[in-house]
Design a protein around this ligand. Structure first.
Ligand SMILES: [Zn+2]
Length: 385
């Protein structure tokens, strides 16, 4: 039995939109799950690894809702190694594949695309780069697929579809049929939104997105090239699906989508991704930067903006991480305001648009990284005692 206790916490941000700040200074975990949240005197530290947070902040591990992994911690997109480890240093502990589209020579025939998805699902299930939970095996659907294909994929362990629109299925009715089959067998779907991200992908406009009715409106702010404002507004207003905002997108459109969700009083629909590695490269701090940007320019309290990258995604993706709550997976980021940030507190610093400094990441109750090599240095660092 492995135990870990984090004590002397200054601020616990839960990731839960309905209750974003918890009244606690200690979190206890056992065998990778959260077992208690409260006051230090209430917890037995015997036999536990004890982390002194030194008055800093604990948040859930961040979730990147939109990545394109290929093999282990290598991405051919920008010829880089260890991009997932770099993201861990930006506080990301879970990643969701939106399709293994950068696989060199990717198979587009139906047998081949199913084999690739099953291989990716198995490979990332067997090996977590630096401990990061990469949910992969997201086939890019092609014309000619039939219901039996989705049944077979589901039976083989595939739980996601790659972005609809990156393959030959670009028409609304055709996409809708395949989304319905996927959903019937418990496979979640995401649709590409906006203009082509890179040569080879295509335009998916609001009519296709609405007709396809995928679970997540993938990068509603485009892969840099966003839909016109009225189409983004229409997408937010006309369905209840996930509003995914990505780093590798149009930032003005990101703020528009955020404002739409706020006006609709549906902030629980907002989730964040990077879309990395992509044309703009590996983005180790992409999720933290989105939290900070949306908080500062979108006037969202930092503790709420953080929910976009944690609890909201966990709920929408049906994951047992992303919220600090007893019984959930013990994935945490210990962070503090950056050294020399003009703000007095971490929340103020994020609202000013600064990035916090990551002092430690923990996945399933195991310390995975200490002082981040990528964020600005945290004002105060936690310590293992
Ligand atoms: Zn896309």
């Amino acid at each position: 039995m492995s135990k870990l206790v984090i004590k002397n916490i200054g601020l616990v941000l839960s990731g839960d939109l309905d209750n974003p700040v918890l009244d606690a200074d200690t979190i206890a975990t056992e065998d990778g799950k959260i077992t208690g949240i409260g006051a230090e005197k209430d917890f037995d530290q015997e036999g536990a690894t004890v982390v002194d947070a030194k008055g800093t902040t604990v948040t859930p591990g961040l979730i990147d809702s939109h990545v394109h992994p290929v093999a282990g911690d290598w991405t051919p997109r920008q010829s880089q190694l260890n991009w997932i480890d770099s993201s861990l240093h930006g506080g990301v502990t879970t990643m969701i594949s939106a399709g293994e589209v950068h696989y060199p020579g990717r198979a587009k025939d139906i047998v081949g695309l199913k084999a690739l998805a099953i291989t990716a699902q198995r490979a990332f299930d067997n090996l977590r780069p630096s401990g990061v939970k990469v949910h992969a095996g997201a086939p890019v659907i092609e014309q000619g697929m039939v219901e039996q294909d989705f049944k077979e994929l589901a039976e083989a362990g595939v739980k996601l579809l790659g972005e609809i629109g990156l393959g030959s299925v670009k028409a609304g009715a055709e996409a809708k049929q395949m989304v319905t089959w996927a959903r019937k067998y418990g496979i979640q779907s995401t649709i590409h939104t906006g203009g082509p991200s890179i040569p080879g992908s295509g335009l998916i406009d609001k009519d296709v997105v609405l007709e396809a009715d995928a679970d997540i409106i993938g990068h509603i702010n485009g892969g840099h090239t966003a839909l016109p404002d009225d189409q983004i507004t229409c997408l937010c207003e006309s369905c209840g699906r996930g509003i995914e905002i990505v780093h590798n997108g149009n930032e003005r459109s990101a703020l528009l989508a955020l404002n739409c969700a706020r006006e609709l009083k549906q902030m629980e629909r907002v989730i964040l991704g990077t879309d990395g590695p992509a044309g703009s490269g590996v983005q180790p701090l992409g999720i933290l930067r989105m939290v900070s940007m949306l908080s500062a320019l979108g006037q969202v309290p930092a503790e709420i903006a953080l929910c976009f990258a944690t609890g909201n995604t966990a709920r929408m993706r049906d994951l047992n991480c992303g919220i600090i709550e007893v019984g959930r997976e013990a994935d945490f980021v210990i962070m503090d305001r950056a050294q020399h940030s003009p703000a007095e507190t971490i929340l103020e610093s994020i609202q000013l648009g600064d990035l916090p400094g990551v002092g430690m990441t923990i996945i399933d109750g195991v310390i995975r990284s200490e002082r981040s090599r990528n964020t600005p240095p945290a004002n105060t660092l936690p310590e293992v005692i």
